[in-house]
Ligand binder design. Structure first.
Ligand code: HEC
Ligand code: HEC
Length: 428
């Protein structure tokens, strides 16, 4: 049985959940999340229930293994379907390679200083051969400020013949720094012959050094809010996002680097002078094979209002990493991923989410009337309801964030309420 078939066969009645109004605890004692077996993957950011995706799937819920590991971690990555009572069917990767009790065999340096980012670590001088860039639609990470760099080995180029899935040469490296009042974490990806290696480096509180975080993840000392400390995800969690859809690299793509940048994109860092755009990358020969039409008409989300464009861009960056017609969640029937082929608002795949019934039952909405996106009705739109929650088994995204993205929730609400209003009834 395929994964998709398993998702279809999961009883719909068991997929209903409820948001506890104004409360971060689960609404009822029906949560099965507490009984999801512990995976021994080390420190979890919060005690108590977690979304099944975040809780891991090793154990009796593991229904099937269906994808081999793309990296050189020894154990095959497993893709599994978890059905639980309160939230829904959930999908996750479980990888023996990142268990906290197994030796860490990732062939990456133990210190950030040795990864090649800096030409001089003492003065934190970044090697000029590493390109700084900023995607127009960033991932929300509890308000972290971010810096990103890419390194391509000399003489190599990115193959962009499939513009929705760029292929990066062996030796490519990405760094992504997370910082608030100080740098806290540096995420790292390196392309080897076997695939991408995932690692993260934890900065010391005084910024003196950054060392490899355990594959099981760790909680840092930095508080994103009183009592809520920033957690470095486990490698399993990296994979849940980075292998949830079509492409493993999420923020270095035609749409994300388009020179036609969206001025309303939430939390976007303005591109620094010298940051490459699509056109520069092609001119420098670093991106090859990109269809010409994308240079003549730089990628841009088609929407009927500027707010709609920003809302769809947000969903693309933050949600389509899992909610993609090419990913394991395609059986949910909704893709939130922008398509480079979309020229009109109705061509955007997310248009299909408008009015699409949700299996997730929102509080106060009559049974069966919750939809993904309800024109004029943010209260019955599951997309908003789940973004506006940090109850661990309700929140979306399920991983990597502890604080509600209030700015994005407001954007989505306004767009749904004011721009997507159903047509006025006709009174002759
Ligand atoms: C909640 C989902 C999520 C998790 C968990 C996650 N990432 Fe990412 N990551 C993203 C998204 C989305 C982007 C692109 C947007 C951006 O850069 O803000 C990204 C970008 C990156 C980049 C820059 C290259 C790229 O793909 O655009 C690196 C490096 C990276 N992540 C490493 C990691 C590592 C290592 C982990 C685990 C320790 C991890 N990520 C966990 C979603 C995630
Ligand atoms: C790391 C993967 C991942 C990311 C990222 C993610 N989701 Fe989900 N989402 C899931 C899974 C798994 C389910 C099914 C289980 C559940 O309902 O909890 C789901 C279910 C949903 C549902 C209920 C659909 C239905 O009909 O049952 C909505 C609505 C939703 N997500 C919205 C979002 C939004 C909005 C975002 C971005 C802000 C987002 N998701 C990001 C994994 C993800």
């Amino acid at each position: 049985m395929s994964l998709e078939a398993a998702a279809r066969n999961a009883p719909v009645g068991r997929r209903r959940g409820r948001i506890a109004k104004g409360d971060e605890r689960p609404a009822t004692g029906r949560s099965h999340a507490r009984t999801v077996p512990s995976t021994g993957r080390g420190a979890r950011p919060t005690a108590g229930p977690t979304h099944p995706l975040a809780a891991g799937v090793r154990g009796r819920e593991l229904l099937m293994r269906c994808r081999g590991s793309g990296s050189n971690r020894r154990a095959a990555a497993a893709l599994a379907l978890v059905a639980i009572g309160l939230a829904a069917a959930a999908i996750a990767y479980a990888s023996g390679g990142s268990r906290s009790d197994a030796p860490d065999t990732r062939p990456v340096p133990r210190r950030l200083a040795d990864t090649g980012l800096y030409s001089d670590f003492a003065s934190r001088t970044v090697d000029p051969s590493n390109l700084h860039y900023s995607p127009q639609y960033p991932l929300w990470s509890d308000g972290a400020g971010k810096q990103r760099w890419i390194h391509l080995p000399p003489g190599t180029a990115i193959d962009a013949r499939d513009p929705e899935k760029w292929v990066f040469p062996v030796g490519t490296k990405f760094w992504k720094e997370f910082g608030w009042s100080r740098p806290v974490e540096m995420r790292y990806l390196e392309r080897t012959r076997q695939g991408w290696i995932y690692a993260s480096y934890a900065w010391a509180d005084d910024g003196s050094d950054a060392v490899l975080a355990p594959a099981a993840g760790m909680t840092t000392s930095y508080e994103v809010a009183p009592g809520r400390r920033h957690a470095i995800p486990s490698v399993d969690d990296c994979l849940n996002c980075h292998r949830g859809g079509r492409a493993e690299i999420l923020g270095f793509s035609a749409l994300q680097l388009s020179p036609d940048r969206d001025p309303l994109a939430p939390h976007a860092e303005p591109a620094s002078e010298g940051d490459p755009t699509l056109a520069t990358l092609v001119r420098l020969g670093l991106v090859r094979g990109l269809p010409r039409r994308l240079l003549e008409h730089p990628p841009r989300i088609a929407a009927s209002t500027p707010r709609g464009r920003a809302a769809l861009g947000y969903l693309h960056a933050n949600c389509s990493i899992c909610h993609d017609s090419a990913g394991p969640l395609r059986s949910l029937g909704v893709s939130l991923r922008h398509s480079l082929r979309a020229r009109r608002p109705s061509d955007e795949p997310a248009a299909a989410a408008i009015g699409h019934p949700s299996r997730f039952q929102l509080p106060g909405v009559p049974p069966g009337q919750s939809v993904w996106i309800g024109p004029g009705a943010p209260a019955s739109s599951a997309v908003v309801g789940r973004m506006a929650s940090r109850n661990p088994i309700v929140q979306m995204p399920p991983l990597g964030t502890k604080l509600i993205d209030e700015e994005a929730v407001a954007l989505l609400r306004d767009w749904i309420e004011q721009d997507l209003r159903p047509p006025e009834p006709y009174h002759p």
